[in-house]
Design a protein around this ligand. Structure first.
Ligand SMILES: [Zn+2]
Length: 261
């Protein structure tokens, strides 16, 4: 039985509470209070924090949550607040924490996805029954965009996205911020004649007007609309007048344009 709840932290950060095989864990608590309120309201005990990266808006809540609950903090970067276990090439969270939390069944796959910082990780929950699988992508992959490249290189971020693209298309994307509307405004500027992007932008505008979250979204939808995942798409390449370029060159052009959007 898997259940994922979305909490908002700060202005537009998303933190996720995951109930998985009787275990409660959170991904990227940028602020402890919304998580503490949730735990109290639902009477559950926090066992684990998964951090995608070291930026404070994603991990500042770790310290207080660990102090109050004794939970274990796991991530790919020793700079993450209150980190207990630094992931170092393990394929699953379970492998990394087996000596710390032997009783917990947390079959979560780890993807090492540098680019935004030098040590981002994304976490993948595989399908179970009617649950189609979920990807917690932090600031690596957003709906409609990818994260800014602060510490890594264009090639690193491009390669990280290729790993995520290969997941099953029905996977639900749970990313680190509510940035979808701005991202698809950029996509529509790049491809003003695309009906699919025009429709997506209209839908997002309506959702945001109603103050609704635009997350989760399926990877399938991202694959057909997110320009940063479509560097091999002839229509996008034509719009950029980059038909003969490599995928990395197309990606680099997109990222540079988005930086100045
Ligand atoms: Zn970040």
């Amino acid at each position: 039985m898997i259940d994922i709840q979305i909490l908002t932290c700060h202005q537009d950060n998303y933190c996720y509470v995951v109930h998985l095989n009787g275990v409660t864990l959170v991904v990227d608590p940028g602020d402890a209070q919304p998580v503490l309120d949730y735990l109290e309201r639902h009477g559950c005990t926090l066992s684990l924090i998964l951090s995608t990266h070291m930026h404070q808006d994603h991990c500042a809540g770790n310290v207080e949550l660990k102090r109050l609950t004794g939970c274990l903090v796991v991530g790919g970067d020793k700079r993450i607040a209150a980190i207990d276990v630094v992931l170092a090439g393990e394929n699953t969270v379970a492998q990394a924490i087996k000596s710390n939390l032997s009783g917990l069944d947390v079959p979560i796959e780890v993807f090492y996805t540098p680019g935004h910082t030098s040590a981002d990780c994304c976490y993948y929950l595989s399908p179970q029954g009617s649950f189609p699988g979920a990807l917690f992508s932090g600031d690596v992959l957003f709906s409609g965009c990818c994260g800014r490249i602060f510490e890594g290189t264009m090639a690193e971020m491009f390669n990280s996205l290729q790993q995520l693209k290969a997941l099953p298309p029905e996977t639900l994307l749970y990313c680190g911020h509510e940035y979808s509307l701005a991202n698809y405004r950029f996509a529509a500027q790049i491809e003003p004649d695309s009906a699919i992007i025009g429709n997506k932008l209209c839908d997002l505008q309506l959702q945001r007007d109603r103050n609704e979250k635009t997350i989760p979204v399926s990877l399938q939808e991202e694959l057909s609309t997110n320009p940063f995942l479509r560097t091999n798409d002839p229509a996008l390449r034509k719009a950029l007048k980059m038909e003969g370029a490599t995928e990395l060159e197309v990606f680099t052009e997109l990222r540079n344009r988005k930086n100045h959007f």
